[in-house]
Design a protein around this ligand. Structure first.
Ligand SMILES: Nc1ncnc2c1ncn2[C@@H]1O[C@H](COP(=O)(O)OP(=O)(O)O)[C@@H](O)[C@H]1O
Ligand SMILES: [Mg+2]
Length: 462
């Protein structure tokens, strides 16, 4: 038996006893014990206090003693005990990492018939009964109720891979309002919750200062734990938490380029950066209209920081029209394309078509101006945040019928290329402009709804 096999064995044992896998610190302690390391050294390597590591270690030995029915087990004899168990053929590891002790497999280890292995005090360990799921503490706070939900399989697959396989620590899902960021994330939770100790959802829509948010989160996590840890990051290290912060755009300021924090909220940037860069087992998901600026510098293929641009739904958005009983199914794809598959917009438009045209899509499409109706107010909230320069750029793009090159924009607006590029990049981070590839060239344009909105604003304000 080598150290990896010993870890696998112990991890399975912990899973069967408590319903939870070992966390990274517990594994480090087992490795350390195997290699005769002192607590002090383990603590140094893992940037923890020696006292804390000892506490975790103490609980771990207690847990394993109970699980193995051997009250003498401790750090000093852990290796010897396991090697003895194996030598006496009591423990064997089978291919998939399952353990067998004698004829008893891990599954039956704690069933009532095998009384000698029964844990002495079940309640000490937040454990599962043999068939139930591992325990996860869930606090979805003010999250909306999940609603009808279509597709998004590829996005869900990507997110699961990032979180479960790549152990990504910071994920930003950004997209226009109504595109489905919140709905997607709520859909994701039940698919990954077994991997976490805590799952917490909070919206930043009331702009809580970072300190307030952190205190609230610590309160929730430490209610369920025996040890009180000083900071949120310590909690994120000692347990595997999934933390979801929604409406992150609220803490960004208007009238500046995308992703600038409001005064007093800059520490959120430092917090996000810390979670992306420091070592821990947890995952933070940010949902936002705009990509925070520091994320752009941190993310990458092999980095623990990633972002997902959420685009609209495809043909499956037709289900929204079916639900609203629209007629002329053959015209639905045209509508979906015009409104870029944004489920909120499509819901609003479907209601409008039902109210005004008795469900006739062709009648609605026969007008040559695109109807915005209630969308206008949503777009207003979004465009109100732009800098003067960004407004200039989108106004100019709205006046061009076809997609254009950057050089043409800069010549027309008499701006230096660098100023213009900054504005274009910021509009991209807000997902307000569309890029179109034409051969080698990248051209820019506005999507139809925005084009219409900007034109209306032009007319209104000259
Ligand atoms: N995949 C989907 N299928 C059906 N409806 C959806 C889907 N995604 C979102 N919606 C609906 O669209 C609306 C906006 O979604 P939401 O998640 O609130 O958007 P966001 O958080 O990006 O602003 C909600 O009513 C939601 O139920
Ligand atoms: Mg939302």
């Amino acid at each position: 038996m080598d150290v990896e096999e010993a870890l696998k064995f112990t991890d399975n044992l912990a899973l069967t006893t408590t319903g939870k896998h070992l966390d990274s610190l517990q594994k480090a302690i087992l490795r350390g014990a195997w290699n005769n390391q002192k607590y002090k050294e383990i603590a140094q390597e893992h940037h923890r206090s020696e006292k804390y590591v000892k506490e975790v270690g103490f609980k771990l030995w207690k847990l394993l003693s109970v699980a193995l029915g051997d009250q003498q087990l401790c750090k000093a004899n852990f290796r010897a005990k396991l090697e003895n168990l194996q030598a006496s053929n009591i423990v064997s590891l089978v291919g998939n990492g399952c353990i067998h002790i004698g004829n008893i497999s891990a599954e039956t280890l704690h069933s009532p018939e095998v009384s000698q292995f029964e844990p002495q005090d079940k309640n000490k360990f937040n454990q599962k009964t043999s068939n139930s799921e591992p325990k996860v503490y869930l606090d979805l706070g003010d999250a909306p109720e999940p609603n009808l939900f279509y597709n998004r399989t590829s996005e869900l697959t990507t997110l699961k891979q990032w979180i479960l396989e790549n152990r990504t620590r910071l994920i930003t899902i950004y997209g226009l309002s109504g595109i489905g960021k919140t709905a997607l994330t709520l859909q994701l939770i039940p698919q990954i919750q077994h991997e976490f100790d805590y799952i917490i959802y909070r919206s930043l829509c009331n702009s809580p200062p970072l300190q307030t948010l952190q205190t609230n989160l610590i309160q929730f996590v430490s209610q369920q734990q025996e040890i009180e840890l000083p900071s949120l990051i310590e909690h994120l290290r000692s347990s595997r938490c999934l933390l979801i912060l929604d409406d992150v755009q609220t803490i960004f300021t208007s009238g500046q380029l995308a992703g600038h924090y409001q005064p007093g909220y800059e520490n959120y940037g430092t917090f996000f950066k810390q979670l992306a860069e420091s070592s821990h087992n947890s995952c933070l998901i940010l949902l936002s209209w705009e990509k925070p600026r520091e994320i752009a510098a941190l993310e990458g293929e092999n980095r623990p920081c990633k972002s997902l641009q959420l685009n609209g739904l495809g043909a499956e958005a037709g289900e929204i029209f079916r639900e609203k009983r629209l007629a002329e199914e053959e015209k639905w794809s045209q509508l979906i394309d015009l409104y870029r598959g944004n489920p909120l917009w499509l819901n609003i438009v479907a209601t409008m078509i039902q109210d005004l045209f008795g469900g006739s899509v062709s009648e609605f499409l026969s007008y040559d101006t695109l109807f915005l109706g209630d969308l206008e107010c949503l777009l207003h909230q979004k465009c109100d945040r732009l800098t003067e320069l960004e407004k200039q750029v989108i106004c100019w793009l709205a006046s061009e019928a076809a997609p254009v090159e950057i050089s043409k924009i800069s010549a027309n607006l008499e701006l230096s290329p660098s100023t213009l590029l900054q504005a274009v990049q910021s509009l991209g981070r807000r997902l307000l402009i569309e890029k179109v590839k034409q051969g080698e060239k990248t051209l820019f344009t506005l999507q139809p709804v925005l084009m219409e909105y900007v034109k209306n604003q032009f007319l209104k304000f000259g």
